[in-house]
Ligand binder design. Structure first.
Ligand code: PMP
Length: 423
């Protein structure tokens, strides 16, 4: 095999592929496997997505032909690995339309990105005792706990945007929460447990009118819609590779240069320094200032391959297909006696959370798993939302563009079977 991988895709020519679900499914090897003797019906995409062959091959290719540590050696392989890793950073920059590749910080995922920001913002003296951070009632724990751990040291208080029964943010209440103590607004772009797509542009505009920066948790947005950080005017945007068809252990913190430049390093070590002496050290420029130690090189390259893969489709085709899945699943599941959907916002991503009278979500998940149907049950790392709806857990089907209407039928059939069993 040659040293450079020949990626046979229309990406290089800028062509868009026709959206063909069966063809797309054939490009994800795991989707043709069986589970418990039945064809896999994978509806747990909000937890993690499956990987197309293009991503698996690109990652393998790195280990087979390019593996070396980056930014360090002058030898052939080190230069090759560095080039591939940095090319992937450029792809990410283009994908979310950042102003510069140096605003793209590689991290382990959305969780690490928020922890990085919480740690460095607090360490920089950005927050004072009594300051406030606005989050929403539908945040993932990853956008609650880091602020409690780090902000707690400075008595920074979380203020919470309430949600309506449908699962929409109460924007009037949000506006009332903003005051002279507000130092940051940090909200989820798309909710992982309700599917709500939040009006983040409006949220940002209002915060900016009061000179408050905004962080968006885009973990559930980037796999499903085109995100343009400049158009949104987001100050920080975070997401995880594994939820957008790339490997686990790699993710992105995007931040505007004017903010990232002012923050101190997160971790210390190799690769993040300019000079080191026992008397004191100086640090590298962005993005390396935040990237201490040997990173997940294969992960970064794999994320670049996932972006190449996604770029061959018209994002509107993906959106339309996922909207069809959501509408069909909502209709089908609503017809099931005793089933209640949690999260019925007007603007939703393809996530359907539900509870069934008298049956614990764990039992639903366990029983339909015997038919090869994978859904998630639990609190989805959003315990405040469970409290809001007075449930301990929900069952959640979350879709990706490789799912089909037939799989929705199988889910509904499986749920009817569970209900019959319990009767
Ligand atoms: N935010 C949201 C909205 C999520 O759905 C998740 C993952 N479930 C995270 C943050 C955390 O992502 P990760 O575990 O990949 O760091």
């Amino acid at each position: 095999m040659s040293e450079t991988l020949q990626i046979k895709s229309p990406v290089a020519t800028g062509e868009k592929n026709v959206f063909d679900v069966e063809k797309i499914r054939s490009e994800f090897p795991i989707l043709s496997r069986k589970v418990n003797g039945k064809p896999l019906v994978y509806l747990d995409n909000a937890a993690t997505t499956q990987k197309p062959r293009a991503v698996i091959d690109r990652t393998n290719h790195y280990y087979n032909y390019e593996n070396a540590n980056i930014h360090r050696g002058l030898h052939f392989l080190s230069e090759l690995a560095t080039e591939s890793y940095e090319k992937a950073r450029l792809k990410i920059k283009e994908f979310i339309n950042a102003m510069s590749a140096s605003e793209i910080i590689y991290v382990r995922g959305a969780t690490e990105a928020i922890n990085l920001l919480a740690t460095t913002m607090c360490r920089s003296g950005y927050f004072k005792d009594g300051d406030e951070i606005i989050v929403s009632h539908m945040e993932h724990h990853a956008n609650i706990i880091p602020w409690q751990i780090m902000g707690g040291r400075k008595n920074v208080n979380l203020k919470v945007i309430p949600i309506t029964d449908e699962g929409e943010l109460d924007l009037e209440a949000y506006k009332k929460l903003i005051n002279e103590k507000t130092k940051l607004v940090s909200v989820v772009h798309v909710s992982n447990s309700l599917g709500t797509i939040n009006p983040v542009k409006e949220i940002i505009k209002y915060a900016h009118a009061h000179n408050i920066p905004v962080l968006l948790d885009g973990a559930q947005a980037v796999p499903h819609m085109r995100v343009d950080v400049q158009e949104l005017d987001a100050d920080f945007y975070v997401f995880s590779g594994h939820k957008m068809f790339a490997p686990t252990g790699i993710g992105v913190l995007y931040g505007k240069t004017k903010y990232l430049d002012k923050l101190p390093p997160y971790q210390g070590g190799g690769d993040m320094i300019r000079t080191v002496s026992f008397e004191g050290s100086t640090f590298a420029d962005l993005p390396h200032k935040f990237e201490a130690g040997t990173p997940h090189i294969a992960g970064g390259i794999g994320l670049g391959a996932a972006i190449d893969y996604l770029n061959q489709f018209d994002p509107m085709d993906i959106l339309r297909h996922e909207e069809n899945l959501l509408n069909y699943a909502t209709e089908k599941l609503s017809m099931i006696d005793g089933l209640r959907i949690i999260g019925t916002a007007k603007h939703k991503s393809a996530v359907v959370s539900f509870v069934v009278d008298g049956i614990h979500p764990y039992d639903i998940g366990t029983i339909i798993d015997t038919d090869g149907i994978a859904i998630r049950t639990g609190h989805h790392c959003t315990q405040p939302i469970m409290q809001r709806y007075n449930v301990s857990a929900t069952a959640r089907a979350s879709f990706a563009f490789y799912n089909t209407l037939e799989e929705v039928d199988l889910l509904a059939e499986g749920l009817n079977k569970v209900i019959k069993l319990f009767k």
